[in-house]
Design a protein around this ligand. Structure first.
Ligand code: WQD
Length: 342
């Protein structure tokens, strides 16, 4: 993209937000971050500055707070918004469903209304492959049915997609891109930023990485009787830097356009739990002794993307393989065994 953009990242202190902030700055753009730090740490900000070469403007703001968001838009002239902010723990969304609906939908609606009030016309939304629910056929394509989500978190992503789509239909100026992430893993090659989940990680790779450092004492594989090549679940793991770059491609696609478009952001390859553990064992140089445990409720056997639409329309494709994803994760985790905490 020739012209420099000033981009607001809601949830920009989070795992994907921070990596996207760095890639935007590396590509010559300016970044403003709004984050209420409910599931992230301000300790990432100096590292974003270190890697991106400039201190991003930071606002400790809850995107559900109308007045705070108005104040931010009055202070900052932005060209586009990438909306990462949201609660994202699948098991927690089952226990605290109304919290997830209130937070994730109010933030999306509030952001859209403030953008309209302040003449900000472009949004890229952090959606998820969970909107597909359980599908019989793979790989997943954007024209397949969505909405049969197996948890409230996935439903909030599906509903937010509809809210954004309908806002774009009602507007003569709003341009929106919905990016359906598959399984983001990995870390910036510098090892200075990475995934730092609060508490015990729910997701596979951050848990394996913490097990490899000795921070976790046992490694369980949830189920080995699935109808897959080795009995364990298969997922489309994508390097977080490839995912971050997809956001820049999405901005290049939508700025100057009106309407909305949806893209799967995955590699098109699936790896099993055992294959990931094996790859990580090679990356960290340690044998990782795992134990089989019962299936985890809600898990589907296989999920991977058909990413051809993003390649065709965005000119984007994932470039980093599982080996690189594991090596970069290990560099981050081994250099930051307590994440940003220490
Ligand atoms: C992958 C596989 C686990 C941990 C989730 C969210 C999705 C998205 C990505 C936000 C499963 C198994 C895990 C462990 C294991 N997040 N596993 N031992 O469930 O595909 O997707 O994260 O958008 O919305 O649903 O990813 O990494 O949690 O699990 O065996 O200690 O690894 O059971 O089979 P998932 P995951």
């Amino acid at each position: 993209m020739s012209n420099k953009l000033r981009v607001l990242l809601t949830g920009g202190c989070g795992y994907i937000g921070s990596h996207t902030a760095v890639e935007l700055m590396r590509a010559g753009h300016e970044v403003v971050i709004a984050d209420n730090l409910v599931n992230s740490s301000a300790a990432v900000l100096p590292r974003i500055e270190e890697l991106g070469g400039k201190k991003p403007a930071f606002y400790n703001v809850d995107v559900c707070d109308k007045a705070a968001l108005d104040d931010l838009f009055n202070r900052e002239s932005v060209d586009a918004v990438i909306h990462f902010a949201g609660l994202k723990c699948v098991p927690e969304s089952v226990e605290k469903s109304t919290l997830y609906y209130r937070n994730n939908l109010t933030s999306t609606i509030n952001l859209l209304e403030r953008m309209a009030d302040h003449g900000v016309n472009y949004i890229v939304f952090s959606s998820s492959a969970t909107v597909y629910g359980e599908q019989d056929t793979m790989p997943l394509r954007e024209d397949m049915p969505t909405g049969a989500c197996t948890n409230p978190y996935g439903m909030t992503k599906h509903m937010s997609e509809i809210i954004i789509r309908d806002a774009a239909k009602a507007s003569d100026s709003l341009g929106a891109v919905l990016l359906r992430y598959f399984n983001p893993i990995g870390a910036d090659a510098s090892g200075r930023i990475g995934e730092d989940p609060q508490g015990i990680p729910n997701n596979l790779l951050p848990y394996v990485a913490q097990f490899a450092t000795g921070r976790r004492k046992r490694l369980f594989v949830n189920g080995n009787d699935y109808p897959t090549r080795d009995g364990t679940c298969i997922r489309d793991y994508i390097h977080v830097t490839d995912l971050a770059i997809a956001h820049i491609k999405a901005l290049e696609f939508i700025v100057g356009k009106q309407g909305h478009e949806v893209f799967n952001i995955g590699t098109g390859n699936g790896y099993s739990v055992l294959e990931v553990i094996e790859a990580f064992s090679k990356a960290c140089g340690k044998e990782l002794k795992y134990e089989f445990a019962p299936r985890r409720a809600g898990d589907i056997p296989t999920c991977y993307a058909d990413p051809s639409k993003a390649e065709r329309l965005l000119g984007w494709r994932a470039e980093r393989d599982l080996k690189r994803m594991c090596e970069d994760t290990w560099r981050w985790q081994s250099n930051n065994p307590m994440g940003y905490g220490k």
